[in-house]
Design a protein around this ligand. Structure first.
Ligand SMILES: Cc1cc2nc3c(=O)[nH]c(=O)nc-3n(C[C@H](O)[C@H](O)[C@H](O)COP(=O)(O)OP(=O)(O)OC[C@H]3O[C@@H](n4cnc5c(N)ncnc54)[C@H](O)[C@@H]3O)c2cc1C
Ligand code: SF4
Length: 465
C-alpha cells in the first residue's frame, strides 16, 4: 500500500482549500463525512476536532480515505478544480485517521448516550461489512444495544476478504473495529443467519429491529465450472484465498504461468495485479468492450498497465478449452466490435444496459488464447438461496432486497436493509451511507413505537375506533 501524507504534506494540501462557505465537497460525499468541516478544523490546527468530525460522521473514515473513488465524489465537487487541481481530500482524511492512531486519540472513549430506554432495545445486524458496521456504529452511538451476526471468521466483509493488501492495509479495519468495540457493539463471527426464516426469527427472539447487510458473494460465471476447479477461479475465491494469505496455494497456479483474467472492472484489476505479484509469467486481462468503457477507475487501469498487465480488448470469452485430461489450456474468444449505445432504462436490471456502446460479436473471428489459469471477475450476485433467509422480505428477480432508498425500510415492519444487497455492486462509502440512513430510520421507528399508548395495535385500527 502506498505511503500516506506526512503531517506537513497534509497541512500543505489543506492550506490549498478555498474554505468555501457552503463546501460543495461535503455535498459530494454520500456518507456525509463533511470534508468541508474537517479540512477547515485541520487548517486551524484543531487536529482532534478534525478527527472527531470524520469518525463521528463515518466510522469507516480511514477505509474510505484509502478506497473512495474520490475523483467522482467529494474531489469532483471541489471548488479548486479549474483554478488548480482538486484538494486531495481522501489523502487528508487518511492522514488524519492514521495520525489518530499514532497519538492514541480515541473518539469513542465514553458511551455517547446512556438512555436506559434505548439500552433495553436490541438490534440485530446481519453482516459485518461496511453497511452493517456503519449501521451498528450509528445505533450504538445513540445508546442502543447492538449485536452483529457475521458468517465469516472475522469481520470486515469485502474490506477483509476482498480488497488486496497492497491496496488496503488491515490496520484500518483493526482500528475501526476497535472503535466499534469502544461503542459497545458485540460482533458474533462464524454466526451465519442462513436457515429458512432465520432473519424473521430474530424479531421473535427479542430483537426489536433487524438490519440486513449481507452483500453479494455468489460469483457470476462464464460457464458452469466446479466451485473448486484447480485452474478456474471466481474473483471471490481467488481474492479471498489471497487475503487469507494462502500464498502457496495460489503460487501453484500463478508462478511462471499464463493467467487470464476475465472482466474490466476494479475487481478484475485487483485479480490481475495479485496474479502478477504471485509471479505469473503473463497476465492477460480480457474485456469485451474498449479501454475507455472499462468500468475500472482510470488510475487503476494505468497502474495495471504500468505493472505489465496486458489488456486484450474487444474480445468476448465464449468457453474454456481443455486437454484430453480435462486440464485448462486456453480460452475460446471471439472478437467484437462496438455498435450503438444500449438503453439505460426499461425492463429488469439484468436486461437493462449501461448506456455504453454495445459489443457485437464478429462472425468467423473465433480464436483460442492459451492460458494455464483463468480468473472470472465478471461480477457477483446475491446467494441463490438468500431469499429463504428472509422469506417475508421482498426481493427482486436478482434476489436484491427491495428497500426504500430514503429509509432502508423493507416491506416488513422492523426489517431494514442496505449496502450491496440492496443497490447491487457499489462502493464502501455508499454502503456506509446506507448503514447510516437505515440506523436513522430504525431510531425514528423505535422512538415512534415507544411513544405509542398501551394497547395500540396499528394506525389503521386506531382510525376505525
Ligand atoms: C475485490 C473488491 C474490491 C473493491 N474495491 C473497492 C474500492 O477500492 N473502493 C470502494 O469504494 N469499493 C470497493 N469495492 C466495493 C465495496 O467493497 C462494496 O461495495 C462494499 O464492501 C459493500 O459493503 P456491504 O456491507 O454491503 O457488503 P460486504 O462488504 O459484502 O459485507 C457483507 C458481510 O455480510 C456477511 N454475510 C453474508 N451473508 C451472511 C449471512 N447469511 N449471515 C451473516 N453474515 C453474512 C459477509 O460475510 C460479509 O462480511 C470492492 C469490491 C470488491 C469485491
Ligand atoms: S468519505 Fe470518501 S467521498 Fe466522503 S469525503 Fe471522505 S474520501 Fe470523500
Amino acid at each position: 500500500m502506498d505511503d500516506g501524507f506526512s503531517y506537513d504534506q497534509a497541512l500543505m494540501e489543506a492550506e490549498r482549500c478555498l474554505l468555501c462557505h457552503e463546501p460543495p465537497c461535503s455535498k459530494g460525499c454520500p456518507a456525509k463525512t463533511d470534508p468541508g468541516t474537517f479540512i477547515r478544523k485541520f487548517r486551524m490546527r484543531n487536529v482532534t476536532g478534525a478527527i472527531r468530525t470524520i469518525k463521528e460522521n463515518n466510522i469507516l473514515g480511514g477505509a474510505c480515505g484509502v478506497l473512495c473513488p474520490t475523483c467522482r465524489l467529494c474531489e469532483k465537487e471541489c471548488s479548486a478544480t479549474g483554478i488548480d487541481k482538486p484538494i486531495r481530500i481522501g489523502k487528508i482524511q487518511r492522514f488524519l485517521i492514521e495520525h489518530s492512531w499514532q497519538v492514541g486519540f480515541k473518539t469513542f472513549d465514553n458511551p455517547m448516550s446512556t438512555d436506559p430506554g434505548r439500552q433495553a432495545e436490541k438490534i440485530a445486524i446481519i453482516g459485518a461489512g461496511p453497511a452493517g458496521l456503519s449501521c451498528a456504529a450509528e445505533l450504538a452511538k445513540s445508546g442502543y444495544s447492538v449485536t452483529i451476526f457475521e458468517e465469516r471468521e472475522e469481520a470486515g466483509g469485502v474490506l477483509r476478504y476482498g480488497v488486496p493488501s497492497f491496496r488496503f492495509s488491515r490496520s484500518f479495519l483493526k482500528n475501526d473495529l476497535r472503535d466499534l468495540e469502544d461503542l459497545g457493539v458485540k460482533i458474533k463471527c462464524s454466526s451465519a443467519i442462513q436457515k429458512k426464516g432465520d432473519v424473521e426469527k430474530l424479531l421473535e427472539q427479542g430483537f426489536n429491529a433487524v438490519f440486513i447487510g449481507v452483500g453479494l458473494w455468489a460469483p457470476i460465471s462464464l460457464k458452469k465450472v466446479p466451485e473448486d476447479d484447480s485452474n478456474i477461479f471466481s474473483s471471490v475465491r481467488f481474492l479471498e484465498t489471497f487475503r487469507q494469505e494462502k500464498f502457496k496455494e495460489l503460487e501453484k497456479v500463478c508462478r511462471g504461468k499464463i493467467v487470464a483474467v476475465i472482466g474490466g472492472g476494479s475487481v478484475a484489476m485487483d485479480c490481475a495485479r495479485v496474479a502478477l505479484k504471485l509471479g505469473a509469467k503473463d497476465v492477460n486481462l480480457i474485456y469485451r468492450r474498449s479501454y475507455s468503457q472499462m468500468p475500472a477507475e482510470p488510475d487503476e487501469k494505468i497502474e495495471a498497465l504500468e505493472e505489465g498487465i496486458h489488456f486484450i480488448l474487444l474480445n468476448q470469452p465464449t468457453d474454456y478449452c481443455r486437454d484430453s485430461k480435462g486440464k485448462l489450456k486456453g480460452i475460446n474468444l471471439i472478437r467484437t466490435r462496438l455498435a450503438g449505445a444500449d438503453s439505460k432504462s426499461g425492463g429488469s436490471a439484468a436486461a437493462r444496459g449501461s448506456g455504453r456502446r454495445k459489443p457485437v460479436e464478429i462472425p468467423g473471428s473465433e480464436w483460442v488464447m492459451e492460458c494455464d489459469t483463468a480468473i472470472e471477475a465478471i461480477g457477483n450476485k446475491a446467494a441463490a438461496d438468500s431469499g429463504d433467509w428472509y422469506p417475508s422480505v421482498s426481493v427482486n428477480s436478482e434476489m436484491l432486497v427491495q428497500a426504500d432508498k430514503e429509509t432502508g425500510q423493507t416491506n416488513m415492519e422492523g426489517i431494514f436493509a442496505g449496502g450491496d444487497i440492496v443497490r447491487g455492486p457499489g462502493t464502501v462509502v455508499q454502503a456506509v451511507a446506507d448503514g447510516k440512513t437505515a440506523a436513522k430510520s430504525i431510531i425514528g421507528w423505535l422512538e415512534k413505537k415507544r411513544l405509542k399508548p398501551a394497547g395500540y395495535v396499528s394506525s389503521r385500527k386506531e382510525k376505525k375506533v
